[in-house]
Design a protein around this ligand. Structure first.
Ligand SMILES: *[C@@H]1O[C@H](CO)[C@@H](O)[C@H](O)[C@H]1NC(C)=O
Length: 328
């Protein structure tokens, strides 16, 4: 069975006799972690060589808090936003967007074409037209001879302006003004958790630092009951800081502690867990363990990164952060 994200991260991050861990296990674990992030191989584009489009940075900061956790999960149409900068090489008035990095399994939900109109060139006569009408035609017939998009700019009265209107190009203008296509897609990747997030006022949480929590032995953790502890996933430590723009890491948290009778409301037990703890305490049936201390509410995180083609991608991953812990 595929291990949970939490189990994988623990395997990667728990300090321990590292000299006893084989390089095979490490590479297998990193491969599985990439799979959690929906990738077969780590992208090769180095972050340092390119400036991400401001639009993508702004979008990331709108949907994501400082900790990398999604603050507005419903804001994006799907779970992926891909940006494509113009790659045209010739001097003609033409833009080229290479969309080949869109996976076959991805459904395109919406698309935007970002063009920046340059100042000037308009005669006094045309300049009084404060509102211009921009039409974008998409080439859908005869896809084999794809001629891309045709952009027509007119005055509201219908005068075509293509001899007067110019757009910034990727070659000649500042990087923030590059022509760009933005695709909002969904890759059907969903969290597998089926927890109901029952809000209760009893979320208990300790913010012990990792060292302190590790030095506590299991017995004292048991006395505290089922609690949420920090578990920082550092992308630099994992070796992913080369292609991830933001965040540098995130707190996934982990749940630890015993779920022994009597389970108070602060342990957020299900009725099933309460009954199981009672059966365990009464030793009515052999072989019944205490319930498990696990995340009972999970949050998503967002990643902003460069893919193999140096396009900036924003992705949302469900069920990555333990929001609270409970006995289940
Ligand atoms: C588009 O990008 C892919 C992947 O980088 C590349 O293999 C392909 O040649 C590109 N297509 C064009 C027309 O440049």
């Amino acid at each position: 069975m595929f291990p949970s994200v939490g189990a994988l991260l623990l395997l990667l991050l728990c300090p321990g006799p590292s000299h006893g861990r084989s390089p095979q296990i490490r590479s297998e674990a990193l491969k599985r972690l990439l799979e959690v992030f929906g990738m077969e191989d780590a992208p090769q584009s180095p972050v340092a060589t390119r400036q991400p489009p401001q639009y993508m940075l702004d979008l990331y900061h709108t949907v994501t808090g400082a900790d990398g956790v999604t603050k507005q999960p419903e804001l994006l149409l799907g779970n992926t936003v891909r940006s494509f900068l113009d790659r045209a090489r010739n001097q003609r008035l033409e833009f080229f967007f290479n969309l080949s990095s869109v996976a076959k399994s991805e459904t395109i939900l919406a698309a935007e074409l970002h063009l920046f109109k340059l100042r000037g060139r308009l005669s006094q006569d045309l300049r009084q037209h404060r509102h211009l009408f921009c039409q974008v035609y998409d080439w859908t017939q005869n896809k084999e001879s794809n001629k891309g998009l045709l952009v027509i700019v007119q005055t509201l009265a219908g005068h075509k302006l293509h001899n007067y209107i110019r757009f910034a190009t990727g070659r000649d203008h500042h990087s923030s003004k590059h022509p760009m296509v933005v695709l909002f897609t969904d890759d059907e990747r969903r969290g597998t958790a089926t927890f109901t997030s029952r809000e209760t006022p009893f979320i208990r949480e300790v913010t012990l630092h990792d060292k302190a929590s590790q030095s506590r032995n299991t017995r004292s953790a048991n006395l505290l009951g089922c609690l949420r502890y920090p578990l920082y996933v550092d992308f630099e430590e994992i070796g992913w800081s080369g292609w991830i723009i933001s965040p540098r890491g995130y707190n996934a948290y982990h749940c630890k502690g015993a779920c022994v009778f009597p389970l108070g409301q602060n342990m957020r037990p299900t009725n099933h867990a309460t009954v199981q703890s009672i059966i365990n305490a009464l030793k009515l049936t052999k072989g019944v363990a205490t319930p498990c201390c696990i995340p009972d509410k999970l949050f998503s995180i967002n990643l902003l990164y460069f893919d193999d083609d140096e396009n900036v991608v924003l992705k949302q991953y469900d069920d990555m952060v333990a929001g609270s812990c409970g006995c289940r």
